[in-house]
Design a protein around this ligand. Structure first.
Ligand SMILES: Cc1ncc(COP(=O)(O)O)c(C=O)c1O
Length: 401
């Protein structure tokens, strides 16, 4: 039976793109948004925009309340007891940069930072550059043939010299869950700080961050059916207290004179200047929307989409799927076909997939490919989208092979 999505009509972007003949299969880059979130975004401006945490007047108080309500909702989403453990940044990328600057003074030349070979540039470059600034060593945990971090080798590479371990929960290329829990435990046993890149993982299922046991967890709103311009940084209280302030300006301070200042603790001490007020408020609406869905129905829909996508690809001659994806986020190459040529033909037929290195150049190099096509699906996708994709793929390959 063809799979339909009961939530499709909630996403005007998907419907409008379909009217234009576009099939959107790039949700891992950014997801379409539910109407309730668009209403909240407009509602903030239409009811009278105001800055947060500074004005006593009614619009200012209303904006501050709505802004802080999202912090509470995000804390509940992650089962975090105290919402003050959630910092709003401009993106996941900014959160990694905050960490790389905020933790800088805790490293000494010769210390090691461990990441894995699967990391997105956002969880590679801030650490790479930190290592270059302070003569630290960046250790890259290798992968097994299936694309998961090799636990045996990791156990050799995570040592007392490891001061920080930063790993992605779910690869944005391979779509597989990494075995992060034993790795976090290894790092903890060596006294290292731990950072989890949840940019993709956060979209699939619910994650109990205190139970996960990391010091920091990073994700962004726009992949979680929320607006862009907002990233989330969770930290354990002790880890947050150890962060050095990194951006300076309005609202992040307790007091200052011309020559010195005292700063606020997290979260406000790390939210200098006017934040993305409308977007933070609208993220709260997206979380309300997701909270209102039947989690089992969502999980089943995602599992069925994943199976249909993978089975379909396995039947196409010459297709090689990268790794062993466990969610509907699948990258592939086709023997004898350049992925840029294939992407071009798919684009011409209105199929919106991602092609290229997916911001993970070293990973693609280590997999021996210089580009791949990625199909990533959201709540709103259904069999009709996949049928259009497979028909277009067949037609494109007929021309190219
Ligand atoms: C695994 C992973 N980490 C980090 C990021 C960076 O997220 P953002 O672009 O929202 O800062 C992405 C974005 O694609 C990602 O897929």
């Amino acid at each position: 039976m063809p799979l339909t999505s009961p939530w499709r009509a909630d996403f005007p972007g998907i419907l409008n793109l379909a009217d234009e003949g576009q099939t959107y299969l790039d949700s891992a880059a950014t997801a379409q948004k539910p109407q309730i979130m668009l209403d909240a975004l407009l509602g903030y401006y239409a009811s009278g925009a105001a800055n947060v945490h500074r004005a006593q007047h009614l619009p200012g108080e209303r904006a501050t309340r709505a802004f802080e309500a999202t912090r509470e909702k995000a804390a509940q989403w992650f089962n975090v007891a105290d919402a003050q453990q959630i910092i709003f940044t401009r993106s996941a990328t900014e959160a990694f940069n905050l960490l790389a600057y905020g933790l800088e003074s805790q490293f000494q030349a010769g210390d090691e930072i461990a990441i894995s070979a699967v990391e997105h540039h956002a969880n590679l470059l801030p650490w790479q550059q930190l290592a270059l600034r302070h003569q630290l060593k960046l250790v890259v945990l290798p992968l097994t043939e299936t694309g998961l971090i090799d636990l045996k080798q990791a156990a050799q590479l995570i040592t007392p010299r490891t001061r920080l371990l930063a790993l992605s929960q779910l690869s944005n290329v391979i779509g597989a869950w990494q075995p992060i829990q034993p790795l976090l435990a290894l790092a903890k046993a060596q006294g290292a700080l731990t950072v989890v890149d949840g940019a993709q993982g956060v979209v699939h299922g619910r994650h109990d961050l205190p139970a996960l046991g990391c010091d920091f967890y990073v994700c962004s709103s726009h992949k979680l059916y929320g607006p862009d311009g907002v990233g989330l940084l969770y930290g354990r209280p002790q880890a947050l207290n150890s962060l050095k302030h990194w951006q300076f300006g309005g609202e992040m301070l307790l007091n200052t004179d011309y020559h010195s200042a005292h700063f606020r603790p997290a979260p406000l001490g790390f939210e200098a200047g006017t934040p993305a007020i409308a977007s933070v408020i609208a993220l709260g609406a997206s979380l309300d929307y997701l909270n209102g869905l039947d989690a089992n129905a969502v999980a089943q829909h995602e599992a069925e989409l994943h199976a249909e996508l993978l089975n379909g690809l396995q039947q196409v001659q010459g297709v090689k799927v990268l790794g062993q994806p466990e969610v509907a986020l699948v990258s592939f190459v086709v023997e004898g076909v350049h992925s840029a040529d294939l992407a071009h033909l798919l684009t011409e037929q209105g199929i919106a997939v991602r092609a290229g290195h997916h911001c993970a150049m070293p990973l693609l190099q280590s997999l021996g490919v210089n580009g791949a096509i990625r199909v990533s699906l959201g709540l709103y996708n259904d069999s009709s989208d996949l049928q259009r994709f497979f028909t277009s793929l067949d037609q494109a390959l007929e021309l190219l092979q």
